[in-house]
Design a binder for this molecule. Structure first.
Ligand SMILES: Nc1ncnc2c1ncn2[C@@H]1O[C@H](COP(=O)(O)OP(=O)(O)OP(=O)(O)O)[C@@H](O)[C@H]1O
Ligand SMILES: [Mg+2]
Length: 274
């Protein structure tokens, strides 16, 4: 049956990796409505690294869960590659704040899990898994169990697992928030390298202004709940060779922080986590 006219996806949305149009989400909690997000219109281009920043409770995870297909918007529509999102799919890999690996499986088997589920034969699975473990710097620990790894290594394994089915889109919800500053910095650099190498579309939710400035080729700042877009900027910084030392880095983080604060005051020079 052809789609009804009001269901047709506009060309711009069909060409986008992810398109959100008039998206609103209201939870019901204890008989009360909680409006988490409102009036979100975003076209995420293929290959873009979208960093979504905003204060706690503004609806960032809600936004990501709707794109992932775990949650339906109460209003508006979301399409991925022009197709309305109704459920999770292999075109979207998800990385959560906690690695959520299967403790009874080796790191290698965890990474291979999605491929096995998709019916990829063992012969083609194995080289793909080794390639991914190398990509995230875990080439020599594939035989270990997750509890034998550090938190940062577990999170790298979770990234490899999400990349295994070769999704066009990688959705990450505060993936490095639980890690120490040094590990976090290292994984930010690795994620940037993976993005540059694979050309995947990223949607990265973060509390960290520095992380958004460093990794976002597009940066969206949300207001306090209900989250609405208060800043939407493109940036070339993630493509620089050494983005942390570029003068643009300081300028960009000040701009993001001003938008988060709702004013134009520049940030203090220390790393900022909101
Ligand atoms: N299942 C739920 N039922 C009711 N309300 C919810 C539910 N999940 C989230 N909320 C509410 O929706 C709002 C947005 O939540 P969400 O988790 O998306 O925020 P967030 O921006 O990810 O916050 P944080 O930065 O703290 O992770 C919050 O006010 C939260 O209390
Ligand atoms: Mg959240």
């Amino acid at each position: 049956m052809p789609p009804r006219p009001e269901q047709a996806v506009p060309d711009s949305a069909a060409a986008a990796a992810v398109a959100l149009s008039g998206v609103r989400h209201q939870y019901r909690a204890r008989g009360r409505g909680v409006l988490a997000l409102d009036g979100i219109d975003l076209l995420v281009e293929p290959g873009e690294a979208l960093a979504v920043v905003g204060p706690s409770g503004c609806g960032k995870s809600t936004l990501l869960r709707m794109i992932a297909g775990f949650l339906r918007p109460t209003h508006g529509r979301i399409t991925v590659g022009g197709t309305p999102v109704t459920r999770p799919g292999p075109d979207r890999g998800v990385v959560f704040q906690q690695p959520r690996l299967f403790p009874w499986l080796s790191v290698r088997a965890n990474v291979a899990y999605g491929l096995r589920e998709a019916g990829v034969p063992r012969r083609s699975r194995l080289p793909r898994v080794e390639e991914l473990l190398d990509l995230v710097g875990l080439g020599d620990v594939g035989g270990l169990r997750p509890y034998e790894l550090s938190g940062g290594m577990q999170q790298r394994a979770a990234i490899a697992r999400a990349l295994a089915p070769d999704p066009g889109i990688l959705l990450l919800d505060e993936p490095f928030a639980a890690l120490d500053a040094l590990t976090r910095e290292r994984l930010q650099d690795e994620l940037r390298r993976i993005w540059l190498r694979t050309g995947k579309t990223l949607v990265l939710v973060t509390h960290s202004v520095d992380e958004a400035a460093l990794l976002g080729s597009r940066i969206v700042v949300l207001s306090p709940r209900p989250g609405t877009v208060v800043l939407d900027q493109r940036s070339e910084l993630p493509r620089a060779e050494h983005p942390r030392t570029e003068p643009e880095f300081a300028r960009r983080r000040e701009q993001i922080l001003a938008a988060v604060r709702g004013d134009a005051r520049p940030a203090d020079p220390a790393p900022v986590h909101i």
